[in-house]
Design a protein around this ligand. Structure first.
Ligand code: PHE
Ligand code: FE
Length: 298
């Protein structure tokens, strides 16, 4: 199979700390003309499959925003066309990147309403799973909700909060990262029709779209800022716990206060395992834990 991707992604370099990843920071023009027929077919396959699955599972805001942006199964979207719609709606701009960025660069982009999108798409043999974010995850998963004014503001506030946490230190950053993980990547939202998905890590995954809502295994717990900041998470399995917001407004209000004293208070508290239910949790479902692996929380 031929793809346009000869991704450099993350390179490694020998240093006195061992072999460490060196992230590529450059902004790249989306090389749209170089996408092959296979690349477009991968997009189409994934787009159709996820959209069919997400009707009645993803939040209405997400599905509506995706339609409004003009994304379709037809072909890989052009970033510059999406930017016209997105810029007019909420002032966000997509910028093309090779892959993951250093934390501070990422925060700086978000704070300035620029969302970094990986320009390359996974290979056909990676349709069901790819460890690192590709264009399908970034564009299909993250970008639609940037059309929503409240969520768009949340993401920019997160970027500013990231710059601040970075200056405070690694523990603050770890606490903030968990918030991103359990909302932006793996968040659920409660609606009159039942729980719905809004997290990008879920909507871009067939397996987790089903598991997060329908499996008896994971916990589903009401959003609680400090509880989330203390909770470890999974990077190589489905989540053991999902946190449920009532609305994007709730998310915005709960995260509006200055986190500096919260970070300071959390330093004295234990980190919580990914799969435990705590006293004081609002429990939508206590998971059976079936199929969980021990260890591996980060
Ligand atoms: N209020 C947070 C702070 O002071 C910033 C933030 C907003 C972080 C929204 C995440 C989400 O650090
Ligand atoms: Fe992501």
């Amino acid at each position: 199979m031929e793809t346009a991707t000869a991704p450099r992604r993350v390179e490694h370099q020998q240093t006195d700390k061992g072999y460490v990843p060196v992230y590529t920071t450059a902004i790249v023009e989306q090389p749209w003309d170089t996408y092959t027929a296979d690349d477009h077919a991968t997009w189409s396959t994934l787009y159709q499959r996820q959209r069919a699955l997400l009707e009645g599972r993803a939040s209405k805001e997400f599905l509506h925003a995706q339609d409004e942006m003009g994304m379709s199964a037809h072909m890989i979207p052009r970033f510059d066309q999406l930017n016209e719609v997105l810029g007019a709606a909420t002032g966000w701009t997509l910028v093309g990147v090779e892959g993951l960025l250093p934390e501070l660069d990422f925060f700086d982009h978000l704070a300035n309403r620029r969302f970094p999108v990986t320009w390359w798409i996974r290979r056909p043999d990676q349709i069901d799973y790819i460890a690192e974010p590709d264009m399908f995850h970034d564009l299909f998963g993250h970008v639609p909700l940037l059309m929503n004014p409240v969520f768009a503001d949340y993401m920019a506030a997160y970027g500013r909060g990231g710059v601040k946490a970075h200056a405070i230190g690694p523990e603050a950053l770890q606490h903030l990262t968990r918030l991103y993980w359990y909302t932006v990547e793996f968040g659920l939202i409660n609606t009159d029709e039942g729980l719905r998905i809004y997290g990008a890590g879920i909507v871009s995954s067939k397996g987790e779209s089903l598991y997060s809502l329908e499996s008896a295994a994971p916990n589903r717990i009401g959003f609680d800022l400090e509880r989330i900041m203390r909770t470890r998470y999974r990077i190589d399995t489905f989540q053991k716990t999902y946190f449920v917001i009532d609305s994007f407004e709730q998310l915005m209000e709960a995260t509006a206060p200055d986190f500096t004293p919260i970070y300071a208070a959390l330093e004295a508290k234990d980190h919580l395992p990914a799969g435990d239910v705590q006293d004081g949790d609002t429990v939508f479902q206590k998971g059976t834990g079936e199929g969980w692996e021990d260890g591996g929380d980060v």
